[in-house]
Design a binder for this molecule. Structure first.
Ligand code: UDP
Ligand code: GLC
Length: 401
């Protein structure tokens, strides 16, 4: 943690700015499950011990934030929103209105005790924006989604963008792709700040061979896919591609975190229908993704809809393995237009298969790109850089900038 980011550094900046004490932040999240957005929040709150998190549900995120020194306020009765798909029609939420109104009141009360509200998800922003403004607190929306037609219906996009125009002091997005989508949905350009996600990862000094032995992974050509199982993450395309490249094995890491169990079952069924059971290994949810990445010959990032950021892309870059990613959303900007990895069109298992075969056959031909990717990830996507940018933004908003 840099000095500017340490609690002492923040306090000093706040003191310099005037008589007000260091701002108290209310971090709001709708989910208790840890996916990319919650991992970003885990790192973003590090300088904010003593602040509060308002969570719609208990779970791993609550434990993590408590561990970071935040006070946790849990919504009293929950929202019943967890099972609601984010692209569901607004009408679907209507029966839950009474509960949601109660929740809005709770958020307003929590917001009154703080200086600034930081909503870390789309659902958190939808519920926190108006209550926070009613009690006169500025709202920062950390928008981890791409507000486009692939992910959201038209009405949802418009409501979210207009609510942001009305209520958000700032909308933070992790990529230019996410910023563009927000503006295309009707959001004001002047409200958006791009703060790329940052990660702090240690490299395992062991060789891929030693790691494979320890992890019980097979020898020979091996690729990996590292995302939660969800139709838009595109694991099915990799399975189709594997059917075209006979000697290659693949580890599929991750689980269906948000109720996409039918997709997970379909993937398994497709693997056995294609006779790939020996070559596709489902490893489930893991806590050692960076190590697993270092053990494979290439990481495939196959999202079929635009990816808002994709922490796994940067993790693969830091692991020093070749990255093959679909050119949708932020991948191109993260991989420097393809100079730091291989970009393929989404949903094209034939092109993906050819790209994988090429990288595995001629690893030396991509070594320079892989090294460029590692350096690029270290310099552009550090956790410290992200914390610094977010902390500065929070201080500025709290100070009324
Ligand atoms: N991840 C993990 N274990 C798994 C699968 C994924 O810890 O089994 C992590 C992965 O390393 C990454 C995050 O989950 O840090 C996923 O973030 P990303 O931004 O790639 O996608 P999201 O799921 O948030 O859309
Ligand atoms: C969301 C996005 C992912 C992004 C993460 C953190 O979960 O799907 O692309 O990396 O948030 O911003």
């Amino acid at each position: 943690m840099t000095e500017a980011l340490s609690p002492g550094g923040l306090a000093a900046r706040a003191a310099d700015a005037g008589p007000r004490a260091r701002p108290r932040v209310l971090f709001v999240s709708h989910t208790g499950t840890m996916s990319g957005a919650e991992l970003v929040l885990r790192d973003a709150v590090r300088p904010w011990a003593g602040s509060t998190a308002f969570l719609f549900e208990d779970g791993a995120l609550a434990d993590t934030l408590r561990g970071a020194g935040l006070a946790i306020r849990l919504a009293r009765r929950g929202t019943g929103l967890s099972g609601l798909r984010r692209d569901a029609s607004i009408l679907t939420a209507l029966p839950k209105l009474r509960r949601l109104a109660g929740l809005a009141l709770e958020i307003a009360r929590a917001a009154r005790a703080c200086d600034v509200v930081y909503a870390n998800s789309q659902k958190a922003f939808l519920l926190a924006a108006i209550p926070a403004r009613l009690v006169g607190r500025p709202v920062i929306w950390h928008l981890h989604d791409i507000l486009d037609g692939a992910h959201f219906g038209r009405a949802q996009r418009t409501v979210q963008a207009q609510l942001a125009n009305l209520c958000a002091a700032r909308v933070v997005v992790p990529s230019r792709a996410a910023a563009e989508a927000f503006v295309n949905a009707g959001g004001r350009t002047s409200r958006v700040t791009v703060v790329p996600n940052g990660l702090d990862l240690d490299r395992d000094p062991r060789s891929p061979t030693a790691l494979r032995a320890e992890l019980g992974l097979p020898d020979g050509p091996l690729i990996g896919v590292f995302s939660r199982l969800s139709p838009w993450k595109g694991q099915d395309v990799v399975i189709e591609a594997l059917a075209k490249i006979p000697n290659v094995r693949c580890i599929v890491v991750g689980t269906a975190l948000f109720g996409e169990d039918a997709y997970a079952a379909e993937l398994r069924a497709r693997v056995s229908a294609l006779g790939l059971s020996e070559r596709v290994l489902f490893l489930g949810q893991r806590s050692d993704v960076p190590r697993l990445m270092q053990a494979v010959d290439a990481v495939v990032h196959p999202s079929v809809d635009p990816e808002p950021f994709g922490r796994t892309l940067v993790e693969a870059m830091l692991a020093g393995v070749p990255v093959i990613a679909t050119d949708a959303g932020a991948s191109a900007e993260i991989l420097d237009g393809g100079a730091a990895g291989i970009l393929v069109p989404p949903r094209r298992s034939d092109i993906l298969a050819a790209a994988v075969a090429e990288v595995l056959a001629k690893p030396d031909a991509v070594a320079a790109r892989t090294e460029l990717a590692r350096v690029r990830a270290l310099t552009r996507y550090s956790a410290a850089g992200m914390q610094q940018a977010l902390a500065t933004l929070i201080l500025d908003i709290a100070a009324g900038a």
